[in-house]
Design a protein around this ligand. Structure first.
Ligand SMILES: NC(=O)c1ccc[n+]([C@@H]2O[C@H](COP(=O)([O-])OP(=O)(O)OC[C@H]3O[C@@H](n4cnc5c(N)ncnc54)[C@H](OP(=O)(O)O)[C@@H]3O)[C@@H](O)[C@H]2O)c1
Length: 315
């Protein structure tokens, strides 16, 4: 099969079109013909070798933790999927496959792609959609009438977080730059805070039930102050210092901090898919790139300024 390979870690220019042996589905796995993927910040970090200590790749490797495509072969014991099903998955950082023609994935990773989505849109949903959904249904369950603060409302995770929190009945405040305020309000945010003009955590203390942080910063303390007693701060930036800080603060504070890495779970994706089908959530795709533009797509994500997601589609 054809794939955009990396043979060594490095800058966005390391991607090259190459041939790899076609994967075969093992027990409990399906083979997916990939029609859509995206670039997540973690894809860029893996490519650059920044996660070498945690993510063991065998090179040459096919990156792309988001996969959307069609089931073309069933492994032994697969029960939930049939040939031709439209599926999507977050593959986890150790696996990838979104930048190849075919990939074999456990059926437990797979959700069903809502019929209304194009392949380009579908490929942008899994990692960020599942993260926001897991945050607000597992780690800090959002209930009607709650007040939710999203730090980083215009990014991949943030655009889902706003819409999912609204779908769950919350009042939502989100941070973004002025240029993205219209987008963020269009997703349902009741209030926006322009973090480029003033400290976004200086007001609103003791008034939120849930704060979701998607932006790396020196400390979580300013965001924790936004919480009511008993409220929960969820942070997803992957900064290992945050986990240490959370452990210490949780010993002494009634304002809880939760740190997590999103699961490779089809059930989470089916949850997001239902919200998309109901019209309550829509993917925001800034631009679609083809494989020959993959380096450009990675460069764009590395600016940290993407509105929603960038999509990646095969030629
Ligand atoms: N734990 C997990 O399992 C998990 C899963 C997914 C993602 N993540 C991590 O979560 C983080 C966010 O991911 P993402 O995909 O949402 O990133 P992203 O799409 O690249 O985020 C880009 C957005 O961040 C906004 N932004 C940048 N600096 C900001 C600031 N100081 N305040 C508010 N907004 C700011 C930008 O908006 P403006 O242009 O308006 O500044 C831009 O729209 C990354 O570190 C990613 O690795 C973790």
């Amino acid at each position: 099969m054809k794939a955009m390979l990396i043979r060594h870690y490095g800058g966005p220019e390391v991607f090259e079109l190459g041939e790899l042996e076609t994967p075969r589905p093992g027990k409990g796995e399906v083979l997916v013909r990939v029609h859509g993927s995206s670039v997540n910040p973690v894809d860029a970090s893996i490519r650059a070798g920044l996660l070498k200590l945690f993510v063991r790749l065998s090179l040459p490797a096919v990156l792309g933790v988001d996969v959307a495509g069609e089931v073309v072969e069933l492994g032994e014991g697969v029960t939930r999927f049939s040939m031709g099903d439209r599926v999507f998955a977050y593959t986890g950082t150790g696996r990838g496959g979104g930048y190849g023609e075919l990939t074999a994935l456990p059926e437990t990773f797979l959700g069903r792609v809502p019929p209304s989505l194009s392949w380009a849109e579908a490929g942008t949903v899994p990692g960020v959609g599942a993260t926001a959904y897991e945050a607000f249904t597992v780690h800090a369950p959002v209930k009607p009438g709650m007040r939710v603060f999203v730090n980083g409302g215009a990014g991949g995770v943030g655009t889902y977080a706003i819409q999912i929190a609204k779908a769950l009945g919350a009042e939502v405040t989100a941070t973004c730059s002025q240029a993205k305020a219209e987008l963020v309000r269009g997703l349902g945010a009741d209030h926006t805070v322009d973090y480029t003009q003033a400290d976004p955590f200086a007001t609103g203390h003791d008034s939120y039930d849930v704060v979701l942080n998607t932006v790396r910063g020196p400390s979580l303390d300013p965001m924790r102050k936004l919480l009511k007693q008993g409220g929960t701060l969820v942070t997803v930036t992957g900064n290992p210092l945050e986990a240490a800080e959370a452990k210490v603060r949780n010993l002494v504070s009634s304002r809880r901090t939760a740190v997590f890495f999103v699961q490779t779970s089809g059930a989470l994706l089916d949850g997001v898919g239902k919200l998309i089908e109901s019209g309550k959530v829509r993917p925001i795709v800034e631009k679609t790139y083809t494989w020959d533009e993959l380096a450009e797509a990675h460069r764009r994500v590395e600016t940290g300024r993407v509105a929603g997601k960038v999509a990646v589609v095969p030629p």
